[in-house]
Design a binder for this molecule. Structure first.
Ligand SMILES: [Zn+2]
Ligand SMILES: [Zn+2]
Length: 158
């Protein structure tokens, strides 16, 4: 189970040494994965301005803002699993991060996405993402929902 001081993003680092410096603007993420994790933490913290500032295009900020507020109101975030990353390192201009964000509306669900990030003026931004079907794990893997149980004893549906 996640301890209170652990970061929301599941890194097992303390929040103040993980995503907090990004959300507070003290540091800029070096990698696409760091930005992705910090955006997940921002969802947990309902930090809408951070989400808008780190995404492209912010063409219609007010619509996005309302959409985000609506999503946040009905969603409880359960945990984040980064499945894979491609590029997105310090020297890259583009990066991809595949992840599962577990959330609860009525029951735990997966948001499985492959996000695309680009770098503009030395800063990483979320560009867009492809929604993927629910991730299937090995039976003895820890379940994506964050219950701490094995997948086979939790959300594995045959
Ligand atoms: Zn974090
Ligand atoms: Zn589960």
């Amino acid at each position: 189970m996640i301890q209170r001081t652990d970061c929301y993003c599941g890194s097992r680092k303390k929040y103040q040494y993980c995503c907090e410096p990004y959300l507070s603007g003290k540091k800029l993420p070096n990698t696409a994965e760091q930005l992705m994790r910090s955006r997940y933490s921002a969802f947990c913290q309902k930090e809408i301005p951070y989400l808008l500032d780190t995404a492209i295009p912010p063409e219609d900020r007010s619509t996005d803002e309302q959409e985000l507020a609506k999503t946040m109101q009905k969603t409880t975030w359960l945990g984040l699993t980064v499945v894979s990353t491609q590029q997105g390192k310090k020297q890259d201009q583009v990066g991809f991060v595949e992840f599962v964000a577990a959330f609860q509306v009525d029951e735990p669900r997966q948001h499985h996405e492959r996000s695309r990030f680009i770098k503009k003026n030395q800063r990483w931004f979320y560009l867009d993402g492809e929604i993927l079907p629910d991730l299937v794990l090995k039976g003895n893997a820890d379940c994506w929902c964050g219950s701490g149980k094995k997948y086979r004893k939790c959300h594995q549906h045959n």
